[in-house]
Design a protein around this ligand. Structure first.
Ligand code: GUN
Length: 327
């Protein structure tokens, strides 16, 4: 973006109402678009199949997995959940993945993260066959993303790109800043933004001038997992702010910092015991951004939608492998 246009855009958005990016609406659009593809698979091949491995009793993971399974049911995708105990060792989990790799009717395998500390998560993820790597975490998938080959993409960053495109937010030529360098979100997000011709900076805990770097971002992606950590100082007026964070707040004093003067939020915290907040202070997004994703209801729903897209894509690839050509 030229300096002049950028300055114009900054001024333009000063004091103008920020627009919410509705992840639920986009999720529903994506799901509706999958109907025809799933129908074609069912008619000419078979029902797509997703296996989800949920180790132990992590309550947050259990909720995520429940939502993934529910979405499969809504779309007519076969899903099954395997729930080994938290005491499982690496070799046992590898054997379980191997069994799923061999099953023809399973197109995608998802091992929900995080895994218990005694399990070598990297070995387990690498054991999933690349053509069943529905999360896009396998080194082959990461390589394919890097060089622009087709293949499954990490769901959360793929969902962010989908959201920006469907809202017709320009990416090409913008300064995009990704805060967080995880394998699941930060790194693939940066790679996808590069492919969209943004100028990308990745920040992390050792970044020297986080405020200064973020404050230059046309598109700011917050994905470091720290509750309401980025604030007015990090958000340029008129920036597009994508908040990938999903943090649970249980402390009253912390809630007062995040939602100052918001009695309803404090009452909700009292009633529920916890509230969700992203990585960006909600008031900073609302007062400074041109577009922003709410938490909840922004990026979260898209992760599941893109998981469904990946499952269907893998099933189509399996159909092609046996000579079935779908439109
Ligand atoms: N844990 C948090 N996000 C994810 C995800 O996208 N996939 C898996 N497998 N585990 C996760």
């Amino acid at each position: 973006m030229s300096g002049e246009r950028r300055a114009g855009r900054d001024l333009l958005f000063c004091g103008v109402m920020a627009q919410l990016l509705d992840g639920v609406r986009v999720r529903d659009e994506i799901k509706a678009e999958l109907d025809g593809r799933i129908g074609a698979l069912q008619n000419h091949f078979r029902t797509p199949g997703l296996a989800v491995v949920l180790v132990g009793e992590n309550p947050a993971s259990a909720i995520y997995v429940r939502n993934k399974v529910k979405t499969c049911q809504e779309l007519g995708i076969h899903s099954e959940t395997l729930a080994p105990p938290a005491s499982i060792c690496t070799e046992e989990l590898l054997a379980l993945v191997d069994g799923l790799n061999r099953r023809e009717e399973i197109d995608g395998i998802l091992v929900q993260m995080p895994l218990p500390p005694q399990v070598d998560a990297k070995r387990v993820l690498d054991a999933i066959l690349p053509d069943k790597d529905v999360d896009g975490f396998h080194p082959v998938s990461v390589g394919n993303l890097s060089i622009g080959n087709p293949g499954p993409r990490a769901c959360t960053p793929a969902g962010v790109i989908e959201l920006l495109k469907r809202y017709k937010i320009p990416i090409q030529g913008t300064d995009a800043v990704v805060v967080g360098r995880s394998d699941i979100v930060g790194k693939p997000m940066a790679m996808m933004l590069i492919h969209e011709s943004a100028t990308v900076t990745v920040c992390h805990s050792k970044t020297r001038d986080l405020e200064g770097v973020c404050a230059r971002a046309d598109i700011l992606i917050a994905a470091m997992g720290r509750p309401a950590f980025l604030d007015d100082r990090h958000v340029k007026p008129g920036a597009v702010v994508i908040d990938v964070g999903m943090n649970r707040v249980t402390d009253q004093a912390e809630a007062k910092r995040i939602w100052p003067g918001d009695a309803a939020k404090l009452a909700q915290l009292g009633a529920k015991g916890s509230l969700l907040v992203g990585d960006v202070l909600p008031t900073s997004m609302a007062s400074r951004a041109s577009f922003y994703t709410p938490v909840p209801g922004g990026v979260g729903p898209l992760t599941i939608a893109m998981l469904m897209v990946n499952t269907v894509g893998l099933a189509e690839a399996h159909a092609r492998q046996v000579g079935i050509l779908l439109k």
